[in-house]
Write a protein that binds this ligand. Sequence first.
Ligand code: NDP
Ligand code: MG
Length: 389
Amino acid sequence: MKKVSILGATGSIGQNTVDLIRRDPKAFDVVALTGGRNVLQLAQDARDLRADIAVIQDDDLLPQLKDLLIGSGVEAAAGADAICDAATRPADWTMSCIVGAAGLAPGWKALEQGATLALANKESLVTAGPILLDHAKHHCATVLPVDSEHSAVFQALVGEDIAAVERIIITASGGAFRDWPLDKLESATLAEASSHPNWDMGQRITIDSASMFNKAMELIETKEFFGVRPDQIEAIIHPESLIHAMVGFNDGAIMAHVGPHDMRHAIGFALNWPKRTELPVERLDLAQIGALTFKAPEAARYPALQIARTVMEEGGLMGAAFTSAKDRALDAFIAGDIGFTQMAPVVDKVLNTMTSRDGLKNARMTLDTVQQTDTLARRRAAEAIADLR
Ligand code: NDP
Ligand code: MG
């Protein structure tokens, strides 16, 4: 039996992982499940999957979690430290799918077991990619990508030499506002930005798809994970979202990964790796689909992509500043404090200020400096947001 833990079990990726594990209970022994605030879902899954421990991030919910788990034999705990402790309980495979910066520390701890970390939490790679991957190497741990584009690249690279790769092309749906007139974007509402044309995902990542901040993060994630140069990485709009990524080789061949809109494919690939096992996802009917289309992303519609280029070229702590500034700007958009098109200028301003005034470029990357950068970038973003109001 494979011992598995899910950090962020109550979320969109977490629930898809739970679904795959639930289908094959004899194959998996569940160690730890963690959640943020959704105590009912956490308790129900911990009972059903007979987890050793369930951890809720919000301390106030511990009494309720304990009540819900009475008689189940599942241990209950709460708080960010308890999530990190649960991540160190021996498991062969851990899914890292807490959203945002909160996912870094538990994933870091899980790596210390020297087992496999399935990494959905893209913020970990964008903010701290070089030290995270060094940490994995140091502990002989394996990191497998779960983001669909990166899983696709990983699969296209099986048996290939990375030195023969000329370029990596990740696809983007174009998000909710792909076909909107540019001058209407300014008035885009939260509800409009929260509806994705192809994928059913958490709210934050759905809004990040509309602004392409999600794709911007994925460009950076590609650089960190596969170790290629920024100029080898491209994003292309592919409205059907059936090709998830392509790898172009030095002999002119392009390997494309085609699959349905279902995160259980990428999650299942990481869960079963290095084998492939049957997965409960749709089989595509290509004749019915008929055509796959592509177009270049317009710079004016998606300023986040240019910001990602700067971040990739500068490297270092720029990724941490970028993620935190983006997160803060997204909070402000969700709260109704700024408009949809004001998010990118806020992030841009933070990065400019932090490079010129805070000397970001020369700082060494450690977990502490990543944390300091996070705090500073959030403060600078709050200032930039206040200036707009
Ligand atoms: P969700 O918002 O659906 O779920 C996030 C999970 O993290 C939930 O379990 C939530 O708990 C938990 N959580 C939130 N805040 C904290 C915190 N401070 N401490 C501990 N746990 C917390 O997100 P998604 O599942 O959509 O995304 C998860 C990650 O995977 C993100 O990094 C995202 O970018 C990435 N990803 C997602 C994809 C998708 O299809 N959804 C595709 C590719 C990558 P609760 O709900 O109980 O409050
Ligand atoms: Mg993705």
